[in-house]
Write a protein that binds this ligand. Structure first.
Ligand SMILES: *Cc1c(COP(=O)(O)O)cnc(C)c1O
Length: 478
């Protein structure tokens, strides 16, 4: 017994560092805030991209090290190398944002360590998650009875939706090889990944021919469905995108929804990138028919500018989504009750999860929705402004964009046009003042721009134009 007491004292003493004293806590917070403020103060002068090798050793030695040294590693090796995803100079892939207030929300969440998986554990946290989902249902015209989830991102959100579609149609065993999915070759690759993960690798996938602007063609889909049915196959799912990753186009959502309804198929829409543009008057009409979807994915860590780690899914058929995700275990009997709200854990592969609702709820409540709308409309206008400048510089640009993704290339006459534009992009990456990425469209190499960071303002477009002019001088000299 004596041994036990003295050992406990010893253990408590060793582990006491994990709970900082008031003074230590203030010091830690001060150091982290000092880093954060310095970073935020320098935000507008950050480049889009810093191509660099890592120089520090990240391995964990097991021995204590001072916090300032570790913050230093974060600053030099993490924050200042690679793509500045928080910066208004990030025009590549699908950029995000990183609202500072959401960082503070995450801090609050971590401090109280809310358990956002089940209502019983933290009714308030679950209520906030559900309030964010209700807001989304409202925006997209989904009924209140739909269920949803705040997942880690669009990939898992899509996985949840596709699992529900699979379960609704009982696509398993011998049915797999006869079941058919209709999608676009421009669908995000996470959809194909999800199909493999959920055991649908062997279903028939019809990658439909697109129109000249890379949108799905409802008539072709309809014809193919009829043909497939006549041949004894079982069409069950059609997938459209509201804002493709390659060129940002919105598929004809209404027409596809109507044919899905007529043919009795599950209709899934991936609006991970484009979804929030429904808030803007000038782009709202493109989203007509989005309410016909059986399931919908939207990424708040893209169009709502939140820090990475939150994607949302909405599903109309509660039973379908709960079939795979709801689970009862004896050790969870305490959570049962009458008329309780839907538990996030019943709509997701996750049980214990990050309470992601607060990082969305806090800014939406604190700022209201108008600033978000304004930022999105601003991105549409900046896309046009950028394209105008590019045309003046002699670039060819893609068609009038639906949203804030577009592309361009230099129509080089004296050799391989693809190689020329690839070399140009390499130069732009070396410069890094603004980060742009690229894609292939029917074998053509094009430089892509995607404007979505809330910090992207007119000055950033001017900076990009200056960078491109500089690179063109080098290209012409070489
Ligand atoms: C980004 C994106 C995804 C994947 O979402 P993650 O949040 O990266 O997991 C899926 N679909 C589209 C259209 C996207 O833009």
């Amino acid at each position: 017994m004596k041994n036990l007491h003295s050992r406990l004292e010893e253990l408590a003493k060793i582990s006491s560092v994990l709970e900082p004293t008031k003074t230590e806590r203030k010091d830690q917070q001060g150091q982290v805030m000092a880093f954060a403020n310095e970073f935020l103060n320098g935000m507008t002068s950050l480049p889009g991209y810093a191509k660099a090798e890592l120089t520090q050793d990240f391995s964990i030695s097991g021995n204590p090290r001072p916090l300032n040294e570790l913050i230093g590693i974060y600053k030099n090796e993490v924050a200042h190398k690679g793509i500045y995803a928080c910066s208004g100079a990030h025009f590549g892939y699908i950029p995000g944002g990183g609202l500072p207030i959401s960082g503070l929300a995450d801090y609050m969440v971590a401090i109280t360590n809310e358990y956002a998986g089940v209502h019983f554990a933290s009714p308030g946290a679950v209520a906030i998650e559900n309030a964010v989902l209700d807001w989304l249902k409202d925006i997209f015209g989904f009924p209140k009875s739909a269920v949803g989830n705040l997942a880690s991102g669009g990939s898992i959100a899509n996985l949840i939706a596709l699992t529900a579609a699979r379960d609704k149609f009982g696509v398993k065993n011998e049915r797999i090889k006869k079941s058919v999915i209709y999608l676009s070759s421009h669908v995000h690759h996470c959809i194909k990944k999800a199909l493999r993960i959920i055991g649908l690798e062997d279903v028939v996938v019809r990658e439909m021919e697109l129109d000249e602007e890379f949108r799905l063609q409802p008539d072709l889909i309809h014809q193919q469905i009829r043909e497939d049915k006549a041949n004894g196959l079982s069409p069950f799912l059609v997938i459209a995108s509201a804002g493709t990753t390659d060129t940002g186009v919105v598929d004809p959502l209404k027409a596809i929804g109507e044919l899905a309804q007529e043919e009795g198929l599950w209709y899934h829409i991936d609006a991970a990138y484009g979804g929030f543009f429904i808030l803007v008057d000038q782009t709202k009409p493109l989203f007509e028919g989005i309410d016909l979807a059986d399931s919908l994915v939207i990424d708040p860590h893209k169009g709502l500018f939140l820090p990475y780690g939150v994607g949302a899914v909405l599903v109309k058929d509660k039973e379908a989504v709960m079939y795979s995700h709801h689970y009862f275990a004896n050790y969870m009997q305490d959570i049962l009750g009458e008329n309780l709200p839907v538990n996030p854990a019943d709509v997701s592969p996750e049980l214990t999860k990050h309470f992601r609702g607060l990082r969305a709820w806090l800014p939406l409540q604190h700022y209201g929705v108008e600033p978000f709308k304004a930022c999105l409309e601003e991105k549409l206008l900046l896309t046009h402004y950028f394209r105008e400048q590019l045309v003046e510089l002699g670039f060819e640009v893609g068609p009038e964009p639906d949203l804030s993704v577009s592309y361009f290339w230099y129509p080089y006459q004296n050799g391989d046009v693809n190689a020329y534009n690839k070399r140009l992009l390499d130069l732009l990456h070396e410069d890094g003042d603004v980060f742009l990425s690229s894609t292939q469209l029917n074998g053509q190499f094009v430089i892509r721009m995607a404007l979505l960071v809330f910090r992207t303002k007119k000055e950033m477009i001017d900076r990009a134009v200056t960078m491109i002019k500089k690179a063109m001088v080098k290209m012409n000299a070489s």
